[in-house]
Ligand binder design. Sequence first.
Ligand SMILES: Cc1cc2nc3c(=O)[nH]c(=O)nc-3n(C[C@H](O)[C@H](O)[C@H](O)COP(=O)(O)OP(=O)(O)OC[C@H]3O[C@@H](n4cnc5c(N)ncnc54)[C@H](O)[C@@H]3O)c2cc1C
Length: 444
Amino acid sequence: MSSSSPILGKAAQVVIIGGGVSGALIAARLAEHGFHVITLEKAAIGNGSSGRSAAGIRTQWGTPDSVAGMLYSEWFYTHFHDLLHSAPDDQTWVIRQNGYLFLYEHPELSLPPWQLGRRRAATQAWQAAQAYVAMQRKLGVSVEVLEPREVQRHWPHILAERLIGATWGPYDGFLNHDLIYSRGFARAQALGAELRQHVEVTGARTHGGRILSLDTTAGSVEGDWFINATGAWAPRVSRSIGGMELAIAPVKRFLYSLKPARPIMSAEAWSAMPMTMYGVGPERGAYSRPDGEILMTGWAHEALSEPDFTDDEQDAIPPEFHHQYGLENYGYAILAEIERFAPDLANCGGLHATTCGYYEMTPDSNPLIGADANIENLVHAAGFSGHGLMHAPITAAVVEAIITGEVKDGLMRLPPPCAERHISLDTFDPSRDFSQSHREMLVF
Ligand SMILES: Cc1cc2nc3c(=O)[nH]c(=O)nc-3n(C[C@H](O)[C@H](O)[C@H](O)COP(=O)(O)OP(=O)(O)OC[C@H]3O[C@@H](n4cnc5c(N)ncnc54)[C@H](O)[C@@H]3O)c2cc1C
């Protein structure tokens, strides 16, 4: 590092831009480390995707560094209240480990002979699943391969005859997103960090390849390090403060709530249903999970990037995506997809709510966590491609390692209790060459 390197250690001031889960857990972690932390949020915390998420968490990934990172994230969330020092009488649930079930359709039994391409894709998806499971197990993940009959035995509403098999992560599940960012910031503030809401970053004063201070709607804010944790806004924010172009495309994603009109299983079985992916591969990947008495469903449709979206557009629902738009809307297309695998579930009620928000997609669907190419004291933590909630604990650990200089030859040792593992930060480097980088395939 040059002599003008940012100050390391307890005296340093770190300015985080963005009040979502990433900003919150980075703030808590850095405050715990002894940094003086200031977070700037242009609206109220949770203004972005963090308050709009399906909140799934899984260790079943196709990228080894994400698998290892997610083992740490799952450990973090299962110890959340201890780690964030929640009061004993104030420990609302943060993670429900209902498991994550990937259903793989049978190429011949599930698809007609004239859908040759689909059959081929289903065969390839199942072959890839075997390789992923082998890699995940090697990294220490508890993941099982289930036969169709076993799937139906555990979850009788799923048709065995549709399946060639399934992969099952019993410790995966879903998270309480609002709790994560509110508690993350509360912990950071208890350690002396500042949270300034309704303060928008508009520019920066730079010198010699470093940011000296940020321009905001409430005056300038100086710091030694600056963290861009602004999710789908991250490319705009980076540009406005002299940082690199970030390969992030904001794309709209919708969630639907199905309200059961009649019970199709016991209340216990309903609330224990896993996050379920109905088929894997091109044009597959509709999913559902219980949300109290409701079934939450979603899917990833082909969508254009909206680089200049406004805050209000986060909640804008075009008619063809609104559940009240007859049966010709995307919500019912999702139910039709679920119906192929679980007809009783798909038909047990009607849709009663549509919500939405932005995914921040990168070309290889892996996040951008790392140093800026132009500005020495700027670190990006964005581009989570629809998975930033589960990434947030490991993201915070990566940011900490970068600014404390603990990254050696591009490798970072995971924090305890996962300290026997390293991850390569090249996988997440914002400057990586996307034509060569590892593409994550298990993205929905
Ligand atoms: C429908 C949907 C389903 C999802 N499902 C999952 C899932 O199952 N699992 C999962 O892990 N993830 C999921 N995600 C993704 C996850 O929600 C996001 O990746 C995550 O919330 C990103 O958090 P963040 O803190 O990085 O960004 P955000 O929560 O988007 O926060 C960024 C913040 O930056 C602020 N900001 C922007 N510009 C400025 C500025 N100039 N100055 C100051 N502040 C600024 C914004 O107001 C915002 O509050 C889903 C997302 C959606 C939309």
